[in-house]
Design a protein around this ligand. Structure first.
Ligand code: C2G
Length: 713
């Protein structure tokens, strides 16, 4: 109940939090509640059959704060039942629902309680986030506004970020549906909408809704399979129409929700022909409940579809759905050539016979002729076993042999990917390709991981919030994956959830570093590149930063080496090669350091740059694992170590202890380490030895051979 504070009545708010296996998000959620500026809270944690680790976090918090009470259920009953249990126990003046993977700015509940006045419900807004943002907001002015159109406030079908009078809830017996997993809020919101006279909302009053980045390991309700969600939606729509169909506004609102949902989700589900069979009857029952008046604004095709559903004419409906998707794809094709190619790929190319002896190669998304695919190709060229080769490039390249070169995303690209038995690539192939029976995909990958990968990452800061989901789908196609060392092999199993065959032979791309004639090769490369033969070579090869981008695949990079000073202090003895990661779109400026600094970011193969360099400067790039094969000095220019390690990615190893060279913070430290490189070598001798044994011991110059023997049987 309300308590008195300095003569003012402070009403009590019951915060209801259903919890199911959200151990990793729970501390952020609960900290944001217990630290709310509004003091009079009752915090009800409804443990909906969570596992042990999650229960442990719940109990730790319950011990910490006596405003917290816990209701345990031994089995999972669903979010609807959990919220109902919360409402049954709540003793506050108001109820506030929060999900256990979300969190709040610290003033949210105070703002709502201060502004609700005589209203029965006051809503704020819900902001979707893909990674952690600061929960404390700068001071803002907040206004209570009223929505004349009530529908607007309820269209999101969600009870989140609404302060609701408990008296109002009890007097209208508002409940969540317990039969469905998704959309149970609708059964609470429809009667609320009917009984509320006014629907105010508070501006700039936020709630952070996390869009979870791992729908594979632990999906949120909104990330369940589409057929499940559609089933739940239809069920709740039917229930609501049966109860409130006579209430004109509610009935019209429900119809609009159904028709929107039909266009947005049901149609997409039905792109899969099998789903028409499974969904038709259910959708037909719902369509019959839609008032014809609600359908006036529909486009002709959707209207015809809903009409056929109403009349239970499955064959005609099925034909209309086919037409719908055809027109949708055709409209896309008019806008883009790639869509036309894709239609041909799916309807024609993929049905042509598979060419048993054709191999398609790609390295770094068509940007280079390099890495393990290059070395596998060159070895296969030598062995002359009757294979035909195709290379995917963004631009035509001069390469040895008779491989056909196709431009990435051209018609020929789709043709060869559809008809070639073998794919060899060092990164992912696009989502929209299909793997056909008989296809064999050798994934060479492109480095021993220091930075955490995919399912071992927590927050995803990269440009694509669906990274984990897409990665999962793309990596299901791999048949073989190469690991350069035991450490990688173990990490790939967990980080990629990879279960098929691991080729534990070392990297084909590193064979060249063990060649007996590597010194002669290095001389040749130096000559080809026009580098002075009397100077030693420094290679600077840093990686990219997940949060610093123009758009997906195009990242920024600011050079933090003082090239002019380097030239002055090191120029008599050295030259430096600058080699940016293939994601970097920025051009590196070498002005003022001419004759000393050379930009080789566009050079095909970094392995050749390893061969000609006397020492490497890098940061968190996997290049150092490869370079260590040469046993030459490595300096780590890690000016943003804390941010990179603690926020952006996290590492698999402790860099400070394990890497075979010093971690340096600024350009002058880098320069002095190079001036004193013999001392650095001595200091890191033991570390280097241990490092070499752990990461390079599988590499002995015959990985390419062994991979070919295993895959191309
Ligand atoms: N690379 C390069 N030039 C750079 C950095 C990297 O040519 N300046 C090449 C190297 O072959 C390197 C590979 O790209 O091994 C991968 O680069 P990383 O910097 O390690 O970054 P990323 O592409 O994120 O891959 O398991 C490894 C990870 O996936 C890292």
């Amino acid at each position: 109940m309300a308590v008195e504070g300095g003569g003012i009545i402070i009403k009590k708010v019951s915060v209801i939090i259903p919890i199911y296996n959200t151990k990793e998000f729970l501390p952020e959620c609960l900290n944001s509640v217990i630290n709310q500026t509004y003091p009079n809270l009752e915090i009800l944690l409804i443990n909906d059959g969570s596992d042990k680790p999650c229960r442990k976090v719940i109990m730790e918090y319950a011990k910490k704060d006596d405003r917290i009470s816990v209701i345990h259920s031994t089995e999972r009953k669903g979010v609807g039942a959990a919220r109902n249990a919360g409402m049954d126990t709540a003793t506050g003046d108001y109820v506030y629902f929060l999900d256990s993977d979300d969190y709040l700015p610290l003033t949210t509940i105070q703002l709502l309680t201060e502004s609700i006045g005589q209203y029965s419900m006051l809503s704020g807004s819900v902001k979707k986030i893909t990674f952690k943002v600061e929960a404390d907001l700068p001071e803002r002015t907040h206004k209570v506004l009223e929505n004349r159109n009530k529908d607007r406030l309820f269209r999101n079908n969600s009870v989140l970020n609404r302060l609701i009078s408990l008296h109002f809830i009890h007097s209208h017996n508002l409940r969540f549906n317990e039969e469905v997993e998704c959309y149970s809020d609708i059964s609470f919101l429809i009667p609320a909408m009917i009984y509320l006279d006014r629907c105010p909302y508070l501006t700039d009053c936020l709630y952070y809704k996390r869009v979870r980045n791992d729908p594979i390991t632990n999906p949120a309700l909104s990330q369940l399979e589409r057929d499940k969600k559609v089933g739940d939606f239809l069920r709740i729509y039917n229930d609501m129409k049966d109860c409130y169909g006579n209430h004109a506004a509610a009935s019209n609102f429900l119809d609009q929700q159904f028709l929107n949902y039909y266009r947005r989700s049901i149609i997409m589900l039905l792109a899969d022909r099998k789903q028409v069979e499974q969904t038709f009857n259910k959708a037909s029952i719902s369509a019959k409940k839609v008032n014809p008046r609600s359908m006036k604004k529909l486009n002709i095709l959707v209207k015809a579809e809903v009409d056929q559903l109403k009349k239970e004419r499955k064959a005609i409906f099925s034909g209309l759905i086919k037409l719908h998707h055809f027109l949708y794809n055709a409209a896309g094709a008019i806008r883009s050539k790639r869509k036309i190619f894709l239609i041909l790929y799916r309807s024609l190319f993929i049905r042509l016979p598979l060419k048993e002896k054709t191999v398609v190669f790609e390295s770094f998304l068509g940007k280079n002729y390099s890495d393990s695919p290059k070395y596998i190709y060159e070895e296969m060229l030598k062995s002359k076993k009757g294979y035909k080769f195709v290379w995917i490039f963004n631009e035509k390249r001069k390469i040895p042999g008779n491989a056909r070169q196709v431009k990435r995303f051209s018609l020929a690209y789709y043709y060869y990917l559809a008809t070639s038995k073998y794919w060899v690539s060092n990164s992912r192939l696009p989502m929209h390709l299909d793997k056909r029976p008989g296809n064999i995909y050798l994934q060479t990958w492109h480095g021993t991981p220091l930075k955490r990968l995919v399912f071992d990452m927590n927050d995803v800061y990269s440009a694509n919030p669906d990274y984990k989901k897409h990665f999962y789908k793309q990596s299901r196609r791999w048949d073989y994956l190469i690991a350069a060392n035991q450490y990688s092999s173990e990490i790939f199993r967990s980080a990629f959830k990879y279960e098929k065959e691991m080729l534990e032979f070392g990297y084909p791309r590193n064979d060249i570093l063990h060649d007996a004639d590597r010194e002669e090769k290095a001389q040749q490369v130096k000559l080809q590149l026009g580098l002075p033969l009397d100077k030693k070579v420094i290679l600077y090869a840093p990686t990219w930063r997940d949060d610093d981008y123009y758009q997906s695949g195009k990242y920024k990079f600011q050079l933090r080496l003082d090239l002019e000073e380097m030239k002055q202090r090191l120029g008599d003895e050295y030259v430096i090669l600058l080699r940016m990661h293939y994601f970097i779109a920025d051009n590196i400026d070498t002005a003022g350091a001419e004759g000393f600094a050379y930009n080789f970011s566009k050079h095909n193969d970094i392995a050749e740059l390893y061969l000609i360099s006397d020492l490497l400067i890098t940061d968190y790039s996997s290049v150092f694992f490869d370079y260590a094969n040469l046993q030459r000095p490595i300096l780590f220019y890690t000016y943003d170590l804390e941010k990179y390690r603690d926020t952006l990615r996290g590492f698999y190893i402790d860099m400070e202890k394990e890497v075979p060279g010093p971690l340096l913070r600024d350009s002058s430290e880098v320069i002095s380490s190079i001036e004193n490189i013999d001392i650095v070598k001595k200091q890191y001798k033991e570390n280097y030895g241990r490092f070499y044994d752990k990461y390079c011991s599988w590499e002995n110059g015959n990985a390419t051979q062994r991979v070919i023997e295993r895959v191309f049987k």
